[in-house]
Design a protein. Sequence first.
Length: 83
Amino acid sequence: MDYPSTEMDIPALAQHYLPEGVERVQAISAQQIHFVNHSMGGILVRYFLQENHLSVNSKVMMLCPPNQGSELSDKFGGSWWYQ
């Protein structure tokens, strides 16, 4: 799933993009949903799961979530080319 990571804040991204993906998977009668994510995707899933629950035995695999933020984003976040 692709999302505009530099155009919206984390709560807005999690509320707008993740429910749509979950609904698509549930529409095919999936019994479990597994999230495999990288970087900010892990932060989005973590935020989403604060308000939502997955079915029993669903799993989340996070690859390098920036738990303490990103030094590169802090340094270059205001640059035109970063946006």
